[in-house]
Design a protein around this ligand. Sequence first.
Ligand code: FA5
Length: 350
Amino acid sequence: MTTSPHDRVAEIEREGLEALAGTSDEAALDAWRVRVLGKSGTLTGVLRGLGELPPEDRKVLGAAANLAKNALEAALEERREALRRAALASVEADAIDVTLPGRPAPRGRLHPITQVRRQILDVFERLGFLVIEGPEVELDSYNFDSLRIPEHHPARDMWDTFWFDEEVDGKTPLLLRTHTSPMQVRFMETHEPPIRVAVPGRCYRYEATDATHEWMLEQVELLVIDEGVSMANLKGTLQEWARQMFGPSRKVMMRNSYFPFVEPGVEVAVDCFACPGDDPSCSVCRGSGWLELMGAGMVHRDIIEAQGYDPERYTGFAAGMGVERVAMVLLGVSDIRDFHLNDPRFLAQF
Ligand code: FA5
């Protein structure tokens, strides 16, 4: 059975509309137009063949073919407009919405030890201390001798030392300071009482590390020299500092200790934050219930005299605290070595 010319026109129109619905861009529309309405397009073929038909058929089919042509052309324009609107909408969707909140840029932060050092110093500054700094590469005369720790004195063993090889006058006097106490003497040499200074700084010790010991540590040294300074001032200052740092519920314990440059000497500890206080396997207190934060004491009379101050008039106290130890308590970190591993997952917590 052959298709009649009428059916053929109807089929071209149906197929044409169907194909048009599947176009998705300008190039597809063009290709469609060439295939259907172009010079050798399917509908154009029918219109060309009209001449061979008898006049009656020609008239009827011609009218039908022209209707189909108009319908297809209108449909083409409609489809073109629809695609244009869709493209515009998608550009608008991609456009910047200025009302949206911005994507947060990753921000750096201060190292927890820096944060805690600043907190410590903030309290002492409020208490009237001046913050000063001193050299990390020190002379043994300041690190030891002037603090009543002469060469070969067994007290030098309290601080295992990193020495430099450089010789000065046949000796090797340079070291990485083991504590911030040499700044007591350096400051006294150039200042007169009253003195009230806090000295933050890094110190280095050639020693094995564990949960409460590092080979590099920060200390904050305190030195107060004035008329009538007593042990009560030492205790009151450190207790007030501890209250402001840790709050009123942290227990602070002061007990006898020995440092050649103070008399009497004490150490200050706080109750263990990592265990109930009696766990022998606790890496922080080893079952003692206490974590030592600092050494302190009344500045030795010999040192006051060596600076040319009148020891009958001036007395003073000094202290040296471990910043990492304070940070352990404040931040609840039970292994001091975590601070300088520089693991971003650890550091990002603070
Ligand atoms: C001293 O360094 C004395 N200069 C402190 C002092 C100053 C006493 C003024 C009297 C007058 P000591 O070695 O105990 O003392 O250290 C003081 C504090 O530093 C300790 O209580 C502890 O908190 C911290 N510390 C000491 N060694 C380490 C270490 N290896 N790792 C971490 N912290 C440490």
